[in-house]
Design a protein around this ligand. Structure first.
Ligand code: G4P
Ligand code: NA
Ligand code: NA
Length: 191
C-alpha cells in the first residue's frame, strides 16, 4: 500500500538490519488518518470474504483493527498478553516465544468473545517470525471459529513469519512488505 510505504520511508527508522521503529505513526504515537486508510485497504482486500469479527493482539494491533471493525460493522476483540500462566476456565490460551525479545509469554482470549460460527479476520501490526500470529491462530482454532483471513500491516519479508503461517494453510495479506532494512535504507518487496 503506497501511502503506508511513504509513511515508513518518511517516519520509520531502521535501528539495524532487523528492527524497524515506527513509533511515529503506529507503535507509540498513532496517525488516525493513516489507520483509517489501513482499515479501508483491508476492507478492499477482503471484500469477498464473509467476516463476523476482527481479532488482534494488544497493543499495537488495536488501532488499525478498530478502524476496520468500524467499516465492517463487526466487533473487534483483542487478545491479551500476560507473563504468568493464567488459571481460568473461561479463557483460551496460547504460548508465544518471541525471538526478538527473547521471552515467552501467554496470550489469552475470553471464551465469551469467540464462537464456533465466527468468521475471524485476524490482524496484527507486525509480522516477524510469525509466532504471535500462530498463537492467535491457535486460539481461534481452539474456539472452533474459522480463520477467514490474516492481515498484517508491516511484514518483514526477510524473516520467516509468512512461510510458517502459510504452511498452516492460511494465506497472509500484508500492506507493506519490507525486503531489507539498513540505516537510512528501507527497501520493499516489488509486487
Ligand atoms: P513474531 O510474533 O512475528 O514472531 O514477532 P516477535 O516475537 O519477533 O516480535 C515481538 C514484538 O515485536 C511484537 O509486538 C511485534 O509486533 C514486534 N515487532 C517485531 N519486529 C518488529 C520491528 O521490526 N519493528 C517493530 N516496531 N515491532 C516489531 P509487541 O511487543 O507484542 O508489541 P505491541 O503490539 O504491544 O506494540
Ligand atoms: Na509492536
Ligand atoms: Na504487535
Amino acid at each position: 500500500m503506497k501511502r503506508l510505504e511513504e509513511c515508513i520511508v518518511k517516519y520509520g527508522k531502521a535501528l539495524n538490519k532487523d528492527v524497524l521503529k515506527v513509533d511515529a505513526f503506529l507503535n507509540h504515537q498513532i496517525d488516525p488518518d493513516l489507520m483509517m486508510e489501513l482499515g479501508k485497504d483491508f476492507v478492499e482486500h477482503f471484500k469477498d470474504t464473509p467476516i463476523t469479527k476482527v481479532v488482534t493482539i494488544e497493543t499495537s494491533g488495536i488501532a488499525p483493527s478498530v478502524m476496520l471493525g468500524y467499516l465492517l460493522h463487526v466487533p473487534v476483540v483483542f487478545m491479551k498478553k500476560s507473563k504468568s500462566k493464567i488459571v481460568d476456565d473461561n479463557v483460551y490460551t496460547a504460548n508465544i516465544h518471541s525471538f526478538t525479545k527473547g521471552i515467552d509469554y501467554e496470550i489469552t482470549c475470553s471464551k465469551d468473545y469467540l464462537a464456533k460460527d465466527d468468521q475471524v479476520l485476524f490482524i496484527d501490526d507486525f509480522m516477524a517470525n510469525g509466532e504471535a500470529c500462530i498463537g492467535g491462530i491457535k486460539i481461534i482454532e481452539q474456539s472452533g471459529a474459522s480463520v477467514a483471513g490474516i492481515g498484517i500491516v508491516i511484514e518483514k519479508a526477510f524473516q520467516p513469519g509468512r512461510k510458517k503461517v502459510e504452511a498452516l494453510g492460511y494465506p497472509v495479506y500484508s500492506q507493506a512488505r519490507i525486503a531489507s532494512l539498513d540505516k537510512d535504507m528501507i527497501t520493499f518487496v516489488e509486487e
